[in-house]
Design a protein around this ligand. Sequence first.
Ligand code: MLT
Length: 259
Amino acid sequence: MMLSYLEAGNRTQPPLILIHAFPVHQSMWKHQLEGLKEHVWVIAPGTPGFGGSALLDGEARMENYVAEILHFMDELGVEQAAFAGCSMGGYILFELWRRASHRVRALIFCDTRAEADSPEARDNRFKVADQVRNEGTGSLADGMPAKLLGTTTQQQNPQLVEEIAAMIREADPEAVARGQTAMARRSESVSTLPAISAPVLVIVGEEDAITPPDAARTIVSGVPNARLEMIEKAGHLSPFEQPEAVNRFIVTFLAAVFE
Ligand code: MLT
């Protein structure tokens, strides 16, 4: 299966693959596609079931999402890339590192965490999976934007809130259910951190309520070569909320990686 994707720049440039958060899709990276294309070949796939990509064939596990991304790289002829993952995208990148670190040139973790879920959080994901299968994504589209976006964005930029709500409303309920299930089943990644030998940039919105700055600090303190950048006036979707600041940090980081 070939994943659906957006791209900008071209293949003479070093590749940067962007893995989106849950339950939105690759359009959350629209400002990175535009803002980074002078520097890198920016490739933003929809994870299985999202943004026009087909649903996962196998079980809802991070390993299977990773297998699809590796297959996608093969289809594009990309042997190794830098990656950025936002939230669920970050969970996928930890698994990618464990399975295929030789395909990874550098990692950018945005608004994500290395810890696994608490038992309560896990139970809640299974409940949400059942709920969206039965009722669709309407209630998530109503409730989640307020959790995903920072208070500043919610107060100052209602259009962004609506864009996120629309992405969630359009999401395939089965993809959402499988995403929740795969996240619930994911391994902890704190013990993986010391083994991450690639350069790492960690970005977090100051107002991120889902994976707060402390979760970012845990990643930075565990990885041998990691740098932390805090984004003012952003919540859990910092690349979408404050793209100029995020892009500036990514450009500086990648310039050193690809120099
Ligand atoms: C995401 O933004 O990818 C999810 O909200 C992360 C999560 O549910 O843990």
